[in-house]
Design a protein around this ligand. Sequence first.
Ligand code: PEP
Length: 246
Amino acid sequence: MASRKPMVAGNWKMNGSVELITTMADTLKNASNNKIDVLIFPPFPLLSKALEADIVAGSQTVSHEDAGAFTGEVDAKLVFELGCKYTLVGHSERRSIYGESNDVVALKFEKAQENKLIPILCVGESETQREQGLTESVVAEQLNVVIDKLGVAALVNSVIAYEPVWAIGTGKTASPKQAQEVHKFIRNKIAALDMSIAENITLLYGGSVNDQNSELLFAQADIDGGLIGGASLKPDAFLSICNSAQ
Ligand code: PEP
C-alpha cells in the first residue's frame, strides 16, 4: 500500500530577498505542515537565513565534485552540514543554460545521495520534442541514465519532478490530463523494475503552477505535489498552493 505524503517545493531561482524569507516564514506557519512536506529552494546566499527562520530549505543544484579548486561551485557535503535535506538536480535551466548533460545530472544525483541529501531529479521535454511525439522517450532517457548508473534502488531516497520545459515560466501549464499521462508513464516505468519503489516514490509536477490550477493538477492519481517557480515568490499564493496539496 502506497504511503505518499504530498510535497510542495518552491524554486526561487535567482530571486528573493532577506525580507521575503521573513515574510514567507511567517506565512508558512499557516500551512498544514504535518500533512504535507513544504520546502523552498532559495538562492544560496539565503539558505542559512531560510533555515534559521525554520523553513525547510534545499539547494538549487550541487557540484558533482568533492570539495576542491572549483570556484563558484557548491559542495553537497556543506549543503547537508548547513542543515538542508534536499537538492534539485537537473533543473531544465541548469540543463539548457549551463549545459548539464544527463550524465552530469546522474553524477550530481549520486553526489547528493553520497552526502545524505535527497535529490529532486527534474525531467521534461521541450515544446519541439512534445510536438514530435518524443515526450516519453526524452523522459525515459533522462531517467534511464540515473537508473543505469546507480540502479533502481537509488530512487528510494529521491523525488522526481516532471517539468515540461514549455510550461516553465511561460504561463502555459500542462493540462491535468497531460501531466497525469506523463506521471503515470514514469510510475509505470519504475514499476516495471520495482513495484514498491514505484508506489512509494513522490512525483511532482512543475510548470506554471499557480493557486488557480494547483488543486486539479494535484488531484491526479500519480501527481503527489508540485515544484513551483514564479508563484513560490508570492507568499499568499504559495500558501494556497500548499494547502491545495493535502
Ligand atoms: C520551475 O522553475 O521549476 C518552475 C516550475 O517554474 P514556474 O512555476 O515559474 O513555471
